[in-house]
Design a protein around this ligand. Structure first.
Ligand code: TIU
Length: 224
């Protein structure tokens, strides 16, 4: 077992039954001209975590851990995009509209791709999801069950939207979940802070949180 110095207390996991889940590190959220920016956000904060996510992926890959990437994305027909989702807010471009990186949040378009520095490699699982949570309307639950995964380590964007939603879905399904604090980010620093506090409150009501250095130190201690 690997024991990570986490909040609110130690997070213990066996790498054989653990998956790293990297949420929505897509150009549409991280780069100018995509979905995040059309919603009125300054996307520069999100780009800043790319090197940390890359370091986390390197750790997982070096040890052969299961790696899952998710992409918030829709079928080109938008048959899986609820009108309520497409119509929400007052974005400059809506889901499916043509922007500088192709059609916003549409599968196969440049903007829906994961940024190069943390892109999936052969053998890693990629889940396209139409919602904020990665379990809704996807095969993620079945994939994890087949691999007998019981513990999930989370990174990605944005902390209080797709990451928190997926952690809550996972928590309700019985997974123990650790969020790597410096490998996740929000357009709103206060929301990131609050989301992490909500996750670890009440004795890990949703899960655990720790910086990447704590995971690296725990792994080094075990030589795992
Ligand atoms: N808007 C926002 O903060 N996030 C999203 O719409 N999706 C994800 O978090 N991936």
């Amino acid at each position: 077992m690997i024991e990570v110095d986490a909040r609110p207390f130690v997070f213990s996991f066996d790498p054989a039954t653990t998956a790293l889940v990297v949420i929505d590190m897509q150009r549409d959220f991280v780069e100018p001209g995509g979905f995040g920016e059309t919603l009125g956000n300054d996307v520069s904060r999100l780009g800043a975590i790319v090197p940390t996510v890359a370091r986390l992926l390197a750790l997982a890959r070096a040890r052969g851990w299961t790696v899952v990437h998710t992409r918030e994305s829709h079928d080109p027909t938008l048959c899986d995009c609820p009108p309520a989702k497409r119509g929400r807010g007052a974005p400059s471009l809506r889901i499916g509209d043509v922007g500088p990186m192709g059609r916003i949040l549409v599968r196969g378009e440049p903007g829906a791709a994961i940024v190069d520095a943390v892109a999936p490699i052969d053998g890693e699982i990629v889940i396209d999801k139409p919602g904020k949570g990665a379990f809704y309307a996807t095969a993620l639950g079945d994939v994890l069950r087949l691999k007998e995964i019981t513990h999930l380590i989370f990174a990605g964007v944005t902390t209080e939207v797709c990451v928190q939603t997926t952690m809550r879905e996972a928590n309700d399904r019985g997974y123990d979940c650790l969020l790597i604090e410096d490998a996740t980010e929000s357009y709103f620093p206060d929301f990131k802070r609050a989301a992490i506090e909500m996750i670890v409150a009440q004795g890990a009501i949703v899960g655990w949180a720790a910086p990447l250095a704590a995971l690296e130190a725990a792994v080094a201690t075990k030589g795992a």
